[in-house]
Design a binder for this molecule. Sequence first.
Ligand code: GLC
Length: 721
Amino acid sequence: MTKPFIQDLVNDMTLDEKLAQLTQLGPYYWGLDDTVDLTGPFKELNIKPQVMENIGSVLNGIGARNVIELQTRHLESSRQKIPLLFMADVIHGYRTILPIPLAMGSSFDLEAIERFAEIAARESAAAGIHVTFSPMTDLVRDPRWGRVMETSGEDPYLNARVTESMVRGYQGTDLKEPGRIAACVKHFAGYGAPEGGREYNTVDMSTGVLREFYLPAYKAAVDAGVAMVMAAFNTIDRIPASGNSKLLRGILREEWGFDGVTIADFNSVNELVPHGAAQDGREAAHKSLAAGLDIEMMSTHYLNHGAALVEEGLLDISLIDEAVTRVLELKDALGLFDNPFKDADPVADEADKPSAEHLQAARELGASSVVLLKNENEVLPLKRGMKLGLAGPFATSIHVLGGWAGAEKDPAVSLYTGITGKIPAADIVTAMTGELGSMLEGVFDVEDHAEEAFEQLKDCDVILAAVGENQHDTGEGGSKASLRLSANQEKLIRRLKDTGKPVVTIVFSGRPLELAPVLDASDALVQAWFLGSESGNSIADVLFGDYNPSGRLSMSFPYSVGQIPVYYNAYQTGRPYDPQYPNVRYVTRYLDIPNDPLFCFGYGLSYSSFAYSSFNVEAAADGRVLASIEVENTSEVTGKETVQLYIRDVTASVVRPVKELKGFKQVTLAAHEKQIITFEITSEMLMFYGQDDELVFEPGDFDIMIGRNSGDHATQRIWIS
Ligand code: GLC
């Protein structure tokens, strides 16, 4: 029910004022960036300066002082004193930078992820931000796409749980609460599936696949009460999302009941024109407004053409009034009409560093996001007192925050610094630590490695090879056709192995890389992602066993880029490959590489060892179906295990994945401790989208699987009707 004062405001607004309220511009249009001639952008965007007084929201105008100044000036000039909404990309932290979301997904630690979002909200709110363009929850299957770093991976269930945790952490239960900000889930929908993994490329999939894999996490955000939804750049069924009524009105509002604000992506209304879905800006504005897209970001077709569309009877004013009402309701939910500055606090915002409490949370979530992929002869954990070699472009680098690193005010802890927190610098020998350039700079390798450097390392007990990709070669606009480490980095690892010393390869990346070429030369292999502010400390905690690695991959690591898309929850096909008969030709296979990824979804090692036994699936007396298994820590080291539940619907009216994650439980077991883990198999877990895009349940055989990852589990078949 719309509050009377909001209804009155809308009724009092002129059409131009309404259209300005539905427009979002960057801060330099207000002259905040004095390097920009204020008349320049106006001319480009054809904005009359007096219109600026009624613009509704600001993109990335962050910094408490900026926000206070801009809000103050705005309210002085605004006829109706409607406060500005400040929005920004706080993707994995603002001052305290936490692990990239793909790493956070690998922690499977939903409580820690919710705590991350609370921290990010507190710091962002102090900087004057009201809305964050997070969670980004686009399901991904193609690591060639640079933005896989921003999402929690390839699984609908995990993405949904991570997304709702983030929404809760950002928003709490009342947006007016100090330290809370509105969340904006993105990019609706399917942006994570560009053909070829090429940024902004065509997305094309059946509605069944869209609903089964790509939509669940956005719906989880809506069900968790997300305040805003951002439309994607891409087309869905040949219609750009920003002008797609079936998507924005049909699914989002009518089917899911979303009544919050929708916003374009950067210039995405205007991009209906190059898409070929609109003749010009006027038609783009018409289609987007008709489709239910409330705010136009960084283009001004609503402003320039909206009034004519209404006056010519092409657009009903009620559509515009609805959109304006939703925007004003969000401002009211944030308390901005009473306190237009909300939590903007220059003192807190300009603190010389993040709080120790926040940094500790980042360190812990970083450690639990690290995935141990190989540990031959238990070369890890490292022992204090040993002499350690440290080589490679990430050995001493502080450029490990990852993309979208919030305020980017504070350097990260390097691996070297983290290790000096464990052992004396005198016990560390560094060599060949020249950093990587980025592909955009054209130098994305390190220099070839001088022989003498190896002399320095040969007396070490263990050598760490810190390798990876430049963080600027990930994120938006960061698509790559090759996923291998650079030639000189692969060569470095092989040369280090030639020393005869154990080699621990530590990979810094924003995506799964192609690590098969260095697997044999690595006695241990650690996926360190980009872990943010506390990166070096988090990794050192794992390397020295102060944190027993518990990360489990949130995305498959391909054996070869030629396999892509490779993901665990695939359809079986009519000619499945059977590894018992490796030479059969006419089955789904390659002649030159395996079908399976190098490391599968859910995979990760521990310093503990866990045994699974007594797997049982039964229909309980009360009709529930229960699946249970005993997990025992057979080692001397306390460890955390993520017990995973997968289900397969063996036969149905449409083909179904060979398995789907339907639950997971994290359990910490002391040495030789055992525990029975039980899951209830609910009807919701067994439902799927049938041929008519309706959620259905069909009785039949189901394979129930519980295990340590998507490739290693017990299985029992049961008939469920
Ligand atoms: C970018 C991104 C989107 C971001 C927006 C505002 O192009 O696609 O994720 O939130 O613009 O910066």
